[in-house]
Design a protein around this ligand. Structure first.
Ligand SMILES: NC(=O)C1=CN([C@@H]2O[C@H](COP(=O)(O)OP(=O)(O)OC[C@H]3O[C@@H](n4cnc5c(N)ncnc54)[C@H](OP(=O)(O)O)[C@@H]3O)[C@@H](O)[C@H]2O)C=CC1
Ligand SMILES: O=C1O[C@H](COP(=O)(O)O)[C@@H](O)[C@H](O)[C@H]1O
Length: 491
């Protein structure tokens, strides 16, 4: 399908020497080169504040690529072809004077211009305005901006207004990299290409839903950023609410960006507000203390490099979320995410209701709910837990639960699942917005998250402690146990 789309581009990468660009964006662009998806004539202008010239930056990039790309995927000739596209420009983004030189680079070709702002969000408006002052191809530009857009509704509006003064919404590609993950996209295929599930996807058939996004890593040198954000702004406001929307939304009428986004927005608007009196039962906030990770002792959040000892920022959040609409009335979504949990694991569990009349061994009644397990990472795939009769003459009609298993790498013999940023960059090059977040989605998500944060601030309660290497504060287990349920553990 891409064959007839011209994907040739000039990519201006602002913040090219930062962590995101070096760890995610350049490796993703290298992989696009390796897959022959970077069109002939496409060019990259790496822009940052550091004084350096193009050969120095190319050498630095080569070193980073060698460190980050698996040996089996690293090809020196591909890397050289890729680096030949890269030029470096030192620029202070706050200095409008320097932007006219970007235009000179730009004017030497007629490719689609992509401006990628891998910079602190406070820079988005500044860069946009300076590009406009330099008359840098505003109408034809696609602009990619990173999350988080602001730190609350108000600040996100300011950023969105600043971007909106220069660019039309159809030019803006707001990244939520979870939308670029293979299995996240597969949620759309699973739900809307399989009538089997489509007809069962509501409060008549589903009792509850779990979403877990667990990380084993701690703060990894990002304390300065993370401490101002916390897990609710860093993960819930964007990734987890996006996952929830994809699970809960009504079928879009087609796969166009706005059809999908319209449905997601309806869910965000239907999220039940969590009022102060609900906080104890619906929200758990945690912070890790020293413990172990992969068998090794690790420091607590307050002992991490650069930490402010008195910080009350949360590194774990569990929420019980209710959606006030016809489809999901009475179906709680239990969601949790945290740093320094026992493993890196993102999964969604759909718990189906039992059959209306149970005729088997009463002792086995607890088995009688089908579960659909959607593994986002690692080991991408799905398993449907179904009940069958236990084998053997002596077993009578004893039941047992087993999986219908679909592990993508085995079933489809996939040698490599592309990283989210590869897919997202490729979609920007093609001009498809369906994996990017629209302004109203960002704002509705902030509105909902802001009230939870406000309740925390008003109550002044510190986060509950949990030891690194455990599944979060015990209160997060109590939250779901109170409803007669438990977080899913693969048995
Ligand atoms: N790092 C990550 O894993 C993730 C990051 N993000 C988001 O991506 C964005 C970038 O994050 P990250 O890469 O971590 O940030 P860094 O601080 O590591 O990098 C920022 C980059 O912007 C440049 N920069 C900042 N201010 C100026 C200025 N005034 N003039 C010129 N250059 C400037 C820096 O240049 P120089 O290096 O020369 O100083 C650097 O290249 C942020 O919005 C972040 O929230 C989102 C998801 C994950
Ligand atoms: O956006 C972010 O995501 C990462 C987790 O992403 P994953 O693809 O590794 O699951 C998280 O570590 C980081 O704090 C956050 O900013």
């Amino acid at each position: 399908m891409a064959d007839h789309i011209d994907t040739r581009c000039d990519l201006m990468l602002f913040g090219a020497l930062g962590d995101l660009a070096q760890r995610k964006l350049f490796p993703a662009l290298y992989q696009l080169e390796r897959a022959n998806l970077l069109a002939e004539g496409s060019r990259i202008l790496a822009i940052a504040r550091t004084e350096a010239d193009t050969p120095e930056v190319r050498n630095r990039l080569l070193e980073k690529l060698q460190q980050q790309i698996k040996a089996s995927e690293f090809d020196e000739s591909v890397a050289q072809a890729f680096l030949a596209r890269v030029e470096y420009k030192q620029l202070d983004f706050t200095d409008p004077g320097g932007f006219s030189e970007l235009n000179d680079w730009r004017n030497s070709a007629h490719n689609q211009l992509i401006v990628y702002m891998a910079t602190p969000p406070a820079m988005y408006g500044v860069i946009a305005r300076n590009l406009r002052s330099a008359d840098c191809c505003i109408e034809k530009t696609r602009v990619v901006v990173e999350k988080p857009i602001g730190h609350d509704l108000e600040s996100s509006r300011v950023i969105n207004d600043e971007l909106g003064e220069v660019y039309h919404e159809s030019q803006l590609f707001r990244i939520d990299h979870y939308l670029g993950k293979e299995t996240v996209q597969n949620l759309i295929a699973l739900r809307f290409a399989n009538n089997l599930f489509a007809s069962q996807w509501d409060q008549n058939h589903i009792s509850h839903v779990e979403i877990t996004v667990a990380e084993s890593v701690g703060i990894e040198g990002r304390w300065g950023y993370f401490d101002k954000a916390g897990q609710i702004r860093d993960m819930i406001q964007n990734h987890l609410l996006q996952l929830l929307c994809l699970i809960a939304m009504d079928p879009p009428s087609d796969l166009s960006a706005d059809s999908i986004r319209d449905e997601k927005v309806k869910i965000l608007k239907a999220l039940r507000r969590i009022t102060p009196d609900m906080m104890e039962q619906y929200v758990v906030r945690g912070q890790y203390v020293a413990g172990t990770s992969n068998g090794r002792p690790v420091p607590g959040y307050l002992e991490e490099e650069g930490a402010n000892k008195g910080s009350g920022t949360e590194t774990f959040v569990a929420l019980k979320v209710e959606i006030d609409n016809w489809r999901w009335s009475g179906v709680p979504f239990y969601i949790r995410t945290g740093k320094r949990l026992p493993e890196k694991l993102s999964q969604i569990i759909i718990h189906f209701k039992p059959a209306p009349h149970y005729i088997f061994d009463p002792d086995q009644k607890h088995l009688a709910n089908n579960k659909l397990i959607i593994r986002l990472q690692p080991d991408e795939g799905m398993a449907l837990k179904i009940l069958t009769k236990d084998q053997g003459l002596d077993k009578g009609m004893r039941l047992r639960q087993g999986p219908l298993e679909l592990t993508f790498s085995e079933t489809f013999d996939t040698d490599r699942i592309p990283d989210a940023y590869e897919r997202l960059l490729w979609e920007v090059m093609k001009g498809n917005q369906y994996l990017f977040v629209r302004r109203d989605e960002v704002e509705h998500a902030w509105r909902w998250v802001d009230q939870v944060i406000q309740n925390w601030q008003d109550s002044n309660e510190p986060p509950k402690r949990y030891a690194a290497g455990t599944w979060g504060p015990v209160a997060s287990i109590a939250m779901i146990t109170r409803d007669g349920r438990s977080w899913y553990e693969d048995a």
